[in-house]
Design a protein around this ligand. Structure first.
Ligand code: MRU
Length: 366
């Protein structure tokens, strides 16, 4: 997608051929900076500190991280160590584990001297496939928006989204935002309600930045406003991303997603999750009980960082000093609250039948 008219991806090989560049998302929306990742440690730190974030992008970064590790230590122990270090960076997004398994897959059968080149090329393929998946999610989901536009007599379609599941969360296009970009490009009038998404404000900082950059009409709302707007007919559709979706269709996503799904259900607003195959954890069937939820530093709740009116940046305390805080980063929306799942293969019910219908080869593997 474009930044100041120049097309970018969130991660791409550096011309030196032995490292990658990423957009530093901790600096957005006020500063656009690239960061070079040249080592395993660089990649692990980038994921852990959320220089890169979003489930698909975490996966692609881990894939490149494993490749970068092979430059320094292509031994069997080097593979195991790199996989362990990267897998421990963030626990909820299954794309991380999926990408590591994919790149590590046949690395052990390859001569050590060739492991870096092999893994780097494979990470590149993982990135390209992510772009293709997201583009396809956009085509399928864009049709839902176009149909709603026709059904509602031609007025703009208002879509509520939570967190950032746009191109910044993937390599390009995004998952939840891909249908919005596709509809926008087809000339379907769409207006996006952007949940600010405390505590890290991925909606206010990243989704708003993306949509603004692409010229998509949008309004940032406080996290607690969605239910009220749905009660008053102000939301036609919700689309969110996912960090891990079970084989039974339970959708894990950024904390607060579940509350929006409850409000959508109560107000008969369609609620979709958009995700690529790499987000589906076929081994799990009860998301609430089985998906590990990342608990992040309480400082994300007690403090906020922003730009000062007079220029420069400041981190300020916003919670009464001394009060304990909790910071679960994700929640699980049970399948019964999900209208449908938008994937690169099409749209299905949030059920085992629905998902296996789109991915019949997984039924054989299960
Ligand atoms: O903590 P983050 O910013 O990595 O969380 C991101 C989300 O929750 C996204 O909605 C999810 O990863 C889907 S991204 C296409």
């Amino acid at each position: 997608m474009n930044i100041d008219g120049k097309p970018y991806r969130t991660i791409f090989p550096d011309p030196d051929g032995v490292s990658v560049q990423v957009i530093d998302q901790t600096r957005l929306p006020f500063a656009f900076e690239l960061k070079r990742l040249a080592t395993l440690d660089d990649a692990a730190v980038a994921i852990r500190t959320m220089i890169v974030r979003g489930a698909p992008l975490i996966g692609v970064t881990a894939a490149y991280g494993l490749a970068l590790a092979m430059r320094a230590d292509p031994s069997m122990e080097g593979i195991d160590r790199a996989v362990a270090v990267l897998a421990a960076t963030r626990p909820t997004a299954i794309n991380l584990r999926w990408a590591l398994d994919r790149v590590a897959g046949n690395l052990r059968q390859i001569q050590p001297a060739e492991r870096f080149a092999h893994a780097f090329a494979e990470a590149g393929r993982v990135a390209e496939e992510d772009v293709a998946s997201c583009r396809s999610i956009g085509a399928h989901g864009g049709q839902i928006i176009a149909d709603l536009h026709t059904a509602n007599g031609g007025r703009p379609v208002t879509v509520l989204t939570h967190c950032n599941a746009g191109w910044l969360a993937t390599v390009d296009w995004g998952t939840a935002l891909a249908p919005i970009y596709a509809a926008h490009e087809r000339g379907v009038p769409v207006h996006v309600l952007v949940d600010e998404t405390r505590p890290r404000s991925q909606g206010a900082a990243l989704t708003a930045f993306e949509l603004h950059g692409h010229g998509v009409p949008h309004t940032v709302i406080a996290d607690n406003a969605g239910g009220h707007l749905m009660q008053h007919g102000g939301v036609d559709l919700c689309i969110v991303g996912s960090d891990r979706t079970t084989a039974s269709g339970d959708v894990c996503n950024k904390i607060g997603t579940y509350l929006k799904a409850l409000a959508a259900h109560d107000n008969r607003v369609p609620f979709y999750a958009a995700l690529p195959f790499s987000t589906i954890d076929w081994t799990l069937h009860d998301g609430v009980k089985e998906i590990p939820i990342e608990e992040r530093d309480g400082r994300e709740v007690t403090h906020m960082t922003g730009r000062l009116a007079e220029g420069g940046f400041a981190t300020i305390e916003v919670v009464s000093p001394g009060s304990p805080v909790a910071n679960p980063a994700f929640d699980v929306t049970p399948a019964r609250l999900v209208t449908g799942i938008i994937t690169e293969r099409g749209i299905c019910a949030a059920t085992e039948e629905g998902l296996y219908g789109l991915y019949p080869e997984r039924r054989k593997a299960a």
